[in-house]
Design a protein around this ligand. Structure first.
Ligand SMILES: NC(=O)c1ccc[n+]([C@@H]2O[C@H](COP(=O)([O-])OP(=O)(O)OC[C@H]3O[C@@H](n4cnc5c(N)ncnc54)[C@H](O)[C@@H]3O)[C@@H](O)[C@H]2O)c1
Length: 314
């Protein structure tokens, strides 16, 4: 039995969340699952969220009080395989929600995304409530998913909580196939080769957040009293917004010879359909959200962690 279960634990967010949740529940209080084999994770079981039998066995064995459901196909990967994206992101989520109701799970976290916004949404900033007509299959699954969160809360009283994450930048684990992945890759390339070819154009402004802020937001949302959670779909969450050109300039403060060039690919169309900035007033008002990192503070911290790794290796 485990207090907390993380599904999709082997990915970028799961791997960063594990040490924080371990501090709270202890190693034995934490169970993890992923479709990929990750024996190094605490209390790990290999489970496909589309395999209902295996998922049921996992819940029956662990009987968790709290579930973090992170398993999904990200935006760029989803666009390469829309059918699979629908299956994993929707049916997988439904399978988990049903089991959370059956096993009387107390709290569920499910990550939403800024991908719910589309070209008809206000872009600067995107408010909490507005027209939501996403054009990517990923955004469509995230929009349906956040409606499922509200539905399961209304219909079954399941305490599902959600954040519309912006692109998450971190050094703890590699990113999993999103449109904002460039903002992680660029740091590693800057340190290793001194140059980077961006798959987004120089002036593509997107909402981003540094991983420590995203993780803190997740835990603060999960810790908030249920009565203060007014948004039962998914909260807008803002960290910072920047373009590849601005990110390169931030890196150049520390690595003056760093060079960037631009070769936009299919991910440009996804990025162009997303907002540039996010208005997260409800998150600030309801549970006190406040980001700590701006672009330069993030760059200093990212390089501070990545540079020593490659210095040691050379
Ligand atoms: N990283 C970001 O920038 C970002 C931004 C917005 C939203 N999100 C959301 O956060 C969640 C986690 O994202 P991440 O960045 O950690 O992604 P990731 O791709 O790094 O990790 C997802 C994990 O889910 C697992 N998975 C995929 N299909 C599965 C299946 N059928 N059964 C079990 N496990 C399966 C993968 O193996 C992977 O380890 C996702 O819902 C994602 O949409 C992430």
């Amino acid at each position: 039995m485990a207090d907390t279960l993380i599904i999709g634990a082997g990915g970028q967010i799961g791997r960063e969340l594990i040490p924080l949740l371990e501090k709270r529940s202890g190693k034995d209080g934490l169970a993890t699952a992923d479709i990929n084999d990750c024996p190094e994770l605490p209390g790990f079981r290999k489970v496909d969220v589309l395999d209902r039998k295996a998922l049921f066995a996992l819940f029956e064995h662990e009987r968790p009080s709290v579930v973090y459901h992170l398993a999904a196909l990200l935006s760029a990967t989803s666009e390469q395989n829309p059918q699979k994206a629908w299956d994993v992101n929707m049916q997988g989520f439904l399978n988990v929600l049903e089991l959370c109701v059956s096993f009387e799970v107390k709290k569920v976290f499910w990550p939403g995304s800024i991908a719910v916004f589309g070209p008809t949404s206000p872009r600067n900033p995107a408010p909490q409530s507005c027209v939501l007509e996403p054009t990517s299959i990923y955004g469509i699954t995230k929009l349906a998913g956040e409606q499922l969160c509200a539905y399961y809360f209304r219909r079954y009283g399941l305490d599902v909580r959600s954040l519309r994450y912006p692109g998450i930048v971190g050094y703890g684990a590699p990113p999993g196939g999103g449109t904002t992945d460039y903002a992680v890759h660029i740091y590693y390339e800057a340190v290793q080769t001194g140059r980077y070819v961006s798959f987004l154009s120089e002036d593509t402004r997107l909402p981003m957040i540094y991983a420590p802020d995203a993780l803190r937001a997740t835990l603060e949302l999960m810790d908030a009293p249920a009565a203060s959670i007014r948004i039962r779909t998914s909260y807008n969450l803002a960290g910072m917004s920047f373009t590849p050109k601005e990110l390169a300039a931030s890196i150049r403060r520390k690595i003056p010879d760093f060079e960037i060039s631009y070769r936009p690919d299919f991910r440009q169309a996804i990025a162009d359909s997303w907002p540039q900035t996010i208005d997260d007033t409800p998150a600030r008002e309801d549970w006190g959200w406040k980001p700590e990192y701006d672009l330069d503070a993030m760059t200093d911290d990212m390089l501070g962690h990545i540079q020593p790794i490659y210095r040691l290796g050379s």
